[in-house]
Design a protein around this ligand. Structure first.
Ligand SMILES: C[S@@+](CC[C@H](N)C(=O)[O-])C[C@H]1O[C@@H](n2cnc3c(N)ncnc32)[C@H](O)[C@@H]1O
Length: 315
């Protein structure tokens, strides 16, 4: 399957933020503007930065080997090899990586577009979606050696499963579902998305089974967050990335669920108030998050839960 086209969420809004940095830096017209797109995916945001912001260069990262393979081809096809450095790493390692780069002088913008890409959901063998019956993997980097979703369902205790489903999925039936998983795995472990969907479906009372949201949605979200340690990785990034900005530089984070958005909001506020000690001074530019326009919502249903928050380095 070809790497799927991905609708780049809040793209114009992110470019607007980076153009503002460009205005701030415009006293020095020769200066190359440096950006980091830490969730490259299909490259939509990176390519837009290079097209829209003159004299720019992008450091891009993605932990998904398929995104890197496709991205490398796209970059070559567009002859952008000198404009984009694409790294196959988890962005939690990015700040450390930059600190070992002696010629690194700081960034004018950093973008994180959290979560999974359409490619993950639409490719059955990645095991992200209950729409297909496939091995329950859900690792954004399947070569990482980290446990897959099936491994967690086999190895976590009942209490740990309840906590994952409650904390990361806000699933009301967490206890019943965890209980059923533990009962089932005594005879045969749950290995596929289809088996998990079937189990959850039967945990739900009949009248709730055919609602607007598939009964498996919240547990799948919870498992994906746990498998990829998404909130821990984001927390580390929030503490390490702001000092990589040059004065005037902006950190833009797009999140898709309340757990992530709360974390971003909370850390941005604490960094600006100096409750978290970082080199530099910072200002939160978004008291309220920036939301997709009506046009974007019409064009892309997956944008409906997106929120953009922006932190600026002052000095
Ligand atoms: C929503 S998609 C990004 C789409 C991209 N902005 C575009 O316009 O095409 C998120 C991407 O980030 C990657 N990703 C998520 N968490 C990551 C992490 N911690 N480190 C590196 N890449 C990550 C995923 O593999 C996925 O390809």
């Amino acid at each position: 399957m070809e790497y799927k086209e991905h609708y780049s969420v809040l793209k114009n809004e992110c470019i607007f933020q980076f153009r503002e940095v460009q205005k701030f830096q415009s006293e020095n017209e020769q200066m190359e503007l440096l950006f980091a797109d830490l969730t490259f995916g299909a490259g939509g945001h990176s390519f837009a930065i290079l097209e829209e912001i003159e004299n720019s260069k992008v450091y891009a990262t993605d932990q998904d080997p398929e995104a890197i393979e496709n991205g490398t081809k796209q970059i070559e096809a567009r002859q952008l090899q000198s404009k984009i450095d694409l790294l196959h790493i988890n962005f939690e390692e990015f700040a450390h990586k930059m600190s070992t780069n002696l010629s690194f002088e700081g960034l004018d913008g950093i973008l994180i577009d959290l979560g999974v890409s359409s490619h993950h959901f639409d490719k059955p063998d990645r095991g992200f979606s209950y729409r297909f019956d496939a091995p329950l993997d859900m690792r954004m980097n399947p070569n990482s050696g980290d446990p897959s979703a099936a491994d967690l369902l086999r190895d976590l205790s009942e209490e740990e499963l309840i906590k994952v489903f409650q904390d990361y999925g806000e699933e009301k039936l967490s206890t019943r579902i965890a209980e059923k998983i533990c009962e089932q795995r005594k005879t045969a472990p749950i290995k596929t998305t289809g088996e998990l969907e079937n189990l959850i479906f039967h945990c739900y009372p009949k009248k709730w089974r055919h609602g607007k949201t598939n009964p498996s949605t919240r547990v799948c979200q919870a498992l994906r967050i746990a498998v990829n340690r998404e909130l821990d990785v984001l927390t580390r990034a929030l503490c390490e990335l702001p000092p990589l900005l040059r004065p005037g530089g902006r950190l833009c984070i797009i999140s898709f669920h309340s757990l992530e958005d709360r974390l971003v909001k909370h850390y941005f506020r604490r960094i600006a108030r100096k409750e978290i000690e970082l080199t530099g001074e910072y200002k939160v530019l978004t008291k309220k998050p920036i939301l997709p326009s009506a046009k974007e919502l019409e064009e892309n249903n997956r944008s409906r839960s997106a929120k953009l928050r922006v932190l600026q380095r002052l000095s």
